[in-house]
Design a binder for this molecule. Structure first.
Ligand code: ZN
Length: 219
């Protein structure tokens, strides 16, 4: 058995039965794909005798223009669970569009359904570094129209790069402490991942830049 990768890098093809002499060289391999998953179809290799057929299995790999679903558990440096999809539907995303943090998106490339792996993501490839300048004290009158300001409340504010979400961290008399950092900024993210499905994105999904159907948009 050997594997041949297609140019676009989307599939791994496992050949069974007769193995062509030039197996491994992806140039010259003509593939007629009848379905994204499963076993069957025909593979003709110009280096093999004309009409030679092989059984093959196509295993979709995560790459640009694929839709992947996965379960995740996210823990911090102390092993505390921050978030998890366990007990819920897996998360489904369109790969290559920045819908998940960059460090995780990189680690997903080439994975196939059934893969389980752990990956550590540094803040720079996660939710960003922690910027102390985004922590500020504001006078209470900056929150006009809000009667009862409590820690945990979120507001939109203006940061150096446009609108940012700020969270009230402390109310101290007439002073309101706010933090414009993402709650996970500055943290190393420890992901435990299980890929549950990989499929090709539809033309419509690519045009919209998001997933449709199960786990995605319904419109
Ligand atoms: Zn859409």
């Amino acid at each position: 058995m050997c594997s041949v990768s297609l140019k676009r890098g989307r599939f791994t093809i496992a050949l069974y039965g007769q193995i062509p002499a030039r197996c491994g060289a992806d140039e010259g391999v003509i593939l007629h794909v009848s379905g994204a998953h499963g076993v069957g179809g025909t593979l003709g290799n110009p280096s093999a005798k004309v009409g030679a057929f092989y059984l093959y299995e196509i295993i979709m790999q995560i790459a640009d223009q694929t839709v992947a679903s996965f379960h995740y558990t996210l823990t911090d440096d102390n092993g505390q669970v921050i978030d998890s999809s366990q007990g819920r539907e897996p998360l489904t995303y369109l790969h290559g569009t920045g819908q998940i943090v960059p460090g995780l998106e990189k680690a997903m490339v080439g994975r196939v359904a059934g893969d389980q792996f752990k990956v550590q993501v540094a803040p720079g490839e996660g939710y960003g570094e922690h910027h102390p300048e985004l922590m500020q004290e504001l006078p209470r009158e900056a929150f006009q129209g809000v009667e009862d300001i409590q820690p945990g409340m979120q507001f939109q504010g203006h940061g150096p790069q446009g609108v940012i979400n700020v969270t009230v961290t402390k109310v101290d008399g007439e002073k309101v402490h706010i933090d414009g950092n993402h709650p996970l900024a500055g943290q190393t993210l420890h992901f435990d991942i299980e890929v549950t499905d990989v499929r090709e994105a539809s033309a419509e999904e690519l045009a919209h830049g998001h997933v449709h159907g199960e786990g995605g948009h319904h419109h």
